[in-house]
Ligand binder design. Sequence first.
Ligand code: ZN
Length: 249
Amino acid sequence: MIVGIAVIFGLLIGSFLNVVIYRVPNHQSIVWPASHCPACKAAIAPRDNIPIVSYILLRGRCRNCGTHISARYPAVEALTGILFGIAAYEFGLSLRIVSALVLIAVLIVLSGTDLDHRLLPNVIVGPAALIGFILSVIESPSWWWIYLVSAVGVAGFLFVLALVYPGGMGMGDVKMGGMLGTFLGPYAALAVFLGALCGALIGGLLMAAGRIRRRSALPFGVFMAVGGIVALFVGPGLWQAYLRLIGGA
Ligand SMILES: [Zn+2]
């Protein structure tokens, strides 16, 4: 039941995240004007703004001008719905789920802006870091310093990397790493590690295929976002398994 509600909630939030991804890098308001077709500017009627369903019914075209609408819109909606559903299944009705849903939404937005513009906007990362820290402290007040140390530690580590390998990573990545620390605590390190691993694998494949020249052409924020989602769901489980492994050895 709660999983179903979370999926539907996720689809609606996903629809809003599409607007945020499209408008924030262009410095447009995310609340005004209402959704409109990017080609003909016609306002999108509520019946044509139902997540996924409208896209299928309209066969991916604007009702007014017939311009093709990117499949990424329903994809973002579906992804948000699925991840919200997994979060509800994993965390149930708890304080943890609030922070999980916020983190998922933020990571989807940052992936979108990083893919489109190689941009991880401060107006997203900054407030997200603050909200992440507040939610983490509300959930486990005595651990407040762990989240602080994690944020500063991960950001500091990425900052050094950015200095050593200029062009490989930007200050946006550094700040995003710090933000992950406020939500995930020490598991943010796992997120960055998984992101780097994923980036190296995909970058290597793309370079071997001659699709890109340099690994720095890749949006590292997207890989960190993937690592962040994995760390959110399986981080504590992996850590327990590791402790059992070294405890039993
Ligand atoms: Zn149109």
